[in-house]
Design a protein around this ligand. Structure first.
Ligand code: PLP
Length: 398
């Protein structure tokens, strides 16, 4: 047994695993994959120490909403834990269809398909439509889920500089005007908090006859009337061909969706591997998302509270002269520019009981090493007081 392990451990893959620098450094600095033993609202506990969570994307604070919890429990009672299979194979359930109809109506589209992860939905928003012969035009700072979709599609991809319609125009002018083109954008860029210059991109889409895909994971629930998202915010829902999003931000759940017109969703159901070969969204996840979507429309106080908290949080950071990369939304980076500074800032916040996340190059552009934070409607005044004190302390340490 021991001998066979030794022999097996000689494969190049074992050698790669054992000598991987990224893993060695991650384990050494212990910056990611922390385990919390308890959670209540914005507070989490690790080894009996309490922290304020400042990096989760529970923008509206609905993860602990009694109606959301109750909806999940009822769904499990009625439907069990899972439908254990892809919808193409053993069918969807009425709760999938109901959620899809409600989501489609909410974002101003005819139809929708829900997935068991936002990552799958966003990858599918590209692979479900792109063909090898198409040209994809992608913002350089897209989320990994979209890059996965782009790679899997096998189509040629041209990257334009972040949120820069002028650069996109330059790229478009090189191409044959009859080649099929797809723009891949985010509504709100997850790391930077920037809102897409959607009106300019839509003008280009009209001029160059391009199909437009927008991942609105961070705009959904935050921007637009009642949180209908970035396309509604700019009154461009009809001009964007595909809107995808995740449930793991404002909808306080797990899962995601792709919304478009009926023909396009039917087409995607025939072509996207993520749709055909992945198990359906669970009954509890579906019910929680459905309830959160209703709360979004009937309890405006959560968004009001989010924007009030955002104002105070922004003023804390700006009084300290911290660089927030011109974020316009509750996704707020604190750009420090060097990984050492980021590490000491992060550690100082942790020391003061504030939990954040580090993002360094190549995850962000060189010189933009940052602490990624997100403010939530559920942060209390006391949380914000503690965050303020901790930010002063962390600033003094770099
Ligand atoms: C812009 C964007 N798209 C897609 C996803 C994937 O969503 P999920 O985490 O729900 O799988 C995320 C999550 O971080 C995201 O930020």
């Amino acid at each position: 047994m021991a001998l066979s392990f030794l022999q097996r451990s000689k494969t190049p893959i074992h050698a790669r695993i054992q000598s991987d620098d990224a893993t060695r450094l991650r384990l050494k600095y212990d910056t990611y994959y922390h385990i919390f033993e308890k959670q209540e609202g914005t507070r989490v506990w690790k080894e009996d120490r309490e922290y304020i969570m400042l990096s989760s994307n529970d923008y509206l604070g609905l993860t602990q909403h009694p109606k959301v919890k109750e909806a999940g429990q009822k769904a499990i009672q009625q439907w069990g834990s899972s439908t254990t299979g892809a919808r193409l194979a053993n069918g969807g359930r009425i709760f999938h269809q109901e959620l899809e109809e409600e989501l489609a109506a909410f974002v101003g589209k005819e139809a929708c398909h829900v997935f068991s992860a936002g990552y799958l939905a966003c990858a599918s928003s590209v692979t479900g439509f792109a063909d090898r012969k198409d040209i994809l035009f992608a913002d350089k700072n897209l989320h990994s889920s979209l890059w996965s979709g782009i790679k899997l599609s096998g189509a040629r991809c041209e990257r334009f500089s972040h949120n820069n319609p002028r650069h996109l125009r330059e790229l478009l002018e090189y191409e044959d005007k009859d080649d099929p083109k797809i723009f891949v954008l985010e509504g709100v860029y997850s790391m930077e908090g920037h809102i897409a210059k959607l009106p300019d991109f839509i003008d280009l889409a009209r001029e160059f006859n391009a199909f437009v895909v927008v991942d609105d994971a961070h705009g959904f629930g935050v921007l637009g009337s009642e949180g209908r998202g970035v396309c509604n915010h700019f009154e461009l829902s009809d001009e964007v061909d595909v809107i995808c999003s995740s449930f793991s931000k404002s909808l306080a759940g797990s899962g995601g969706f792709v919304a478009s017109n009926e023909d396009a969703i039917n087409y995607m159901r025939s072509h996207s591997k993520q749709t055909i070969f992945s198990a359906a969204l669970s009954p509890a996840s579906c019910a929680c998302a459905k309830e959160a979507l209703r709360i979004l429309q009937h309890e405006p106080e959560h968004r009001e509270r989010l924007f009030k908290n955002l104002e105070r949080y922004r003023s804390i950071l700006s009084e300290l002269g911290l660089d927030t990369w011109e974020s316009e939304t509750p996704a707020i980076p604190i750009v420090l520019g060097e990984k050492e500074k980021v590490y000491y800032f992060w550690k100082a916040l942790l020391e003061k009981g504030i939990y954040t996340i580090i993002s360094i190059a190549p995850g962000v552009p060189p010189g933009k090493d940052l602490i990624r934070t997100a403010i939530s409607a559920s942060h209390t005044e006391e949380d914000l007081d503690r965050i303020e004190e901790a930010m002063h302390y962390a600033k003094s340490k770099i």
